[in-house]
Ligand binder design. Sequence first.
Ligand SMILES: Nc1nc2c(ncn2[C@@H]2O[C@H](COP(=O)(O)OP(=O)(O)OP(=O)(O)O)[C@@H](O)[C@H]2O)c(=O)[nH]1
Ligand SMILES: [Mg+2]
Length: 317
Amino acid sequence: MTTSEIIQKIRSGDIRTAARLIRNIDDGDELAYGILKELHTFSGSSHIIGITGNPGAGKSTLINNLIKAFRNQNKKVGIVAIDPSSPFSGGAILGDRIRMQEHSNDPGVFMRSVATRGNLGGLSASTSSIVRVMEAMGNDVIIIETVGVGQDEVDIIKLAHTTIVVTVPGLGDDIQAIKAGILEIADIFVVNKADKDGVEKTIRDLRLMLELKGNKEGIRIPPIVTTKGISGEGTENLIKEIENHRTYLISSGKDNFLNARRDYIELLDILKINIGRRIDNIIETGTGGKEEILKRLERRETNPYVLAEDIIKKVFG
Ligand SMILES: Nc1nc2c(ncn2[C@@H]2O[C@H](COP(=O)(O)OP(=O)(O)OP(=O)(O)O)[C@@H](O)[C@H]2O)c(=O)[nH]1
Ligand SMILES: [Mg+2]
């Protein structure tokens, strides 16, 4: 297939072509990057939703409910699930697959997963390229699921227009964790597992924290939605708040800023990938490779600072 045929297929929503392209991007295929460059033009109109929160809070269950609701509105949905464990365990993804199984035969639903470790250029590079492909496929909504822990995951959330932070009742200490970092990134809070004790207290605590912060900085106070993931209760409210946030973004012009921020993150990723490749190449061909470097270091003939200077000089010519 020629490049323009591939682009055509992707734009028509062809799942097999999209899946192949995503695999090729992950393998660092130059041609695939060329296609990505062309696809950028056809991106920018999907609503990207990030869902983060404690492990087991019910993110995948909620996503499943959201998919159902969006499909009822005839919207096409893409889902990117970040595997929080090693690339070898796949445990979490298996759970997600099972939970979202009912949508696997729906051509209007396209799901991909990304392994956390061992990606060239890092997690956010793989995620942002998958999102680009999904946008070009014409998905109206793209949902990214990630466990909100490390810096990688926080970076990924920056790809989203609307960030939903999911928490559950009875996690006193986790509310503290939310205070520390996640408070800043939440556009909507969900208190899931509303069938459990302590919902009122969790909402009260959250509201207090949010209002203190909102009043201080004069910023929009994120709404809190309660849900019961298993029964699906609260999904409609969540959809409503997602739509409200989208309207707010568009009317305030903030969505343009968020798209630019995403482009910027991607720019840094592309640079890191390219320079990283060149460094690997120089190490391999210009300095005798890892084994040779280790030997020289063992003999204490050189040190990392001297080597780094030398390699950087070679990389940038
Ligand atoms: N009691 C109760 N259990 C729920 C609710 N929503 C989800 N669960 C259960 O909580 C467990 C975890 O749900 P998931 O949707 O896999 O949670 P997750 O946040 O995606 O988990 P990770 O991806 O592993 O971090 C499952 O056993 C769900 O059935 C709810 O509203 N109430
Ligand atoms: Mg999950």
